[in-house]
Design a protein around this ligand. Sequence first.
Ligand SMILES: NC(=O)c1ccc[n+]([C@@H]2O[C@H](COP(=O)([O-])OP(=O)(O)OC[C@H]3O[C@@H](n4cnc5c(N)ncnc54)[C@H](OP(=O)(O)O)[C@@H]3O)[C@@H](O)[C@H]2O)c1
Length: 368
Amino acid sequence: MTPPHPTYRVIQWGTGAVGIEMITAIIDHRTDIELVGAKVYSETKHGKDVGTLVERDPIGVLATAVAAEAIAMSADCVLYTPRTANLDEVCTILASGKNVATTAFLFHPRRLPASGRDRLLAACEQGGTSVHGSGLNPGNLSGVLPLALSGMSRTIDKITLQERADWSVYESTGITFDNMAFGQPVEQISPTTNAFLAFNSSIFSEQVWFLSDALNAGIDEVTATVEAVAARKDHQVFNHVLHAGTTAGQRWNWIGRRHGEPLIEIETLWTVGGEYPDHWPRPKDGWTLTIEGDPSMRTHFFSLASFTRPASMEEHVRSANVATAMQVLNAVPAVCDAAPGFATMASLPLVRSLVGFGHSTVSERGDR
Ligand SMILES: NC(=O)c1ccc[n+]([C@@H]2O[C@H](COP(=O)([O-])OP(=O)(O)OC[C@H]3O[C@@H](n4cnc5c(N)ncnc54)[C@H](OP(=O)(O)O)[C@@H]3O)[C@@H](O)[C@H]2O)c1
């Protein structure tokens, strides 16, 4: 008889859009993962049962807003999904003996500035733990998918990942307007406009380095540039007005070059208000991955709540959060079982849905 899977005890760190999808997946579907704690930021969630927080029956696990209480808990892994990532905090978690799987950052920690990288490695060594960053993009589409497709390549000349999205459908206008700086003067948009844009730019640069290191591109630099485009008229975006003349489009390019030749590029074509600049490239909405080489390949990805049943726009938009959350939740067993240190999208085994069709429980299936 195949031995049953062990149960992995996890703490959810952040119960926002992504964290909620992880918690409900654990409660509704996972028999191999036990939720033993939750760290929240809102005082109103402190002391609440985590099941109740996600509109399920109580599960007897109370959320805490006190980081030290969550650090003191015993668990195998922390699902780290706060809005703002904190390297020191993650080091403390790792040193306390808990692995970390995160959607927020650390997509290629080997390329972090040396001080951060070394602190992380020291914490992993102290705790005997590993850390893994992934998600949708950065994550599967910028890391796992290119590597998976490259298995069919003889040689590669260039990799380009384009993301085209209209942010008007996202209800989190705080992120759109405050963090992403849509609605601000175009001349103010740059990789250093605010801490969020700088951080956001750094994680995409990290993905370019990741692909270079994983596929022998040997790039010597990654540049980040942005073109901001002004709205031609006012747009109502949920509770916010985006005024004519302010930023309604941001085209970002992170390009990895070797001796000046562009080899790896991530491009985002982001708009708010539905005005799409005539001079921008026109991939389909979603993500388009192009590998130029022998052979050349192209694939397009987008997620919906369903391709068959009717669903609201809110549900469709949420499907990207589900995808982000599951890519990291499904990695938990591999992250916990990995050797101490960095468990990357290149070093972990292929992450797949452990629930899948759900016709047998994860613990019954054994190791396959
Ligand atoms: N890699 C990818 O593809 C991908 C895709 C989407 C998102 N992400 C990342 O995943 C993380 C979670 O995203 P999300 O959509 O769930 O974000 P969100 O809904 O905007 O908020 C997430 C969390 O932020 C917490 N929070 C509130 N104040 C905070 C503070 N001062 N410092 C830190 N956290 C604070 C909230 O606390 P409560 O628990 O109290 O509500 C909530 O848990 C973010 O870092 C985001 O950038 C990655």
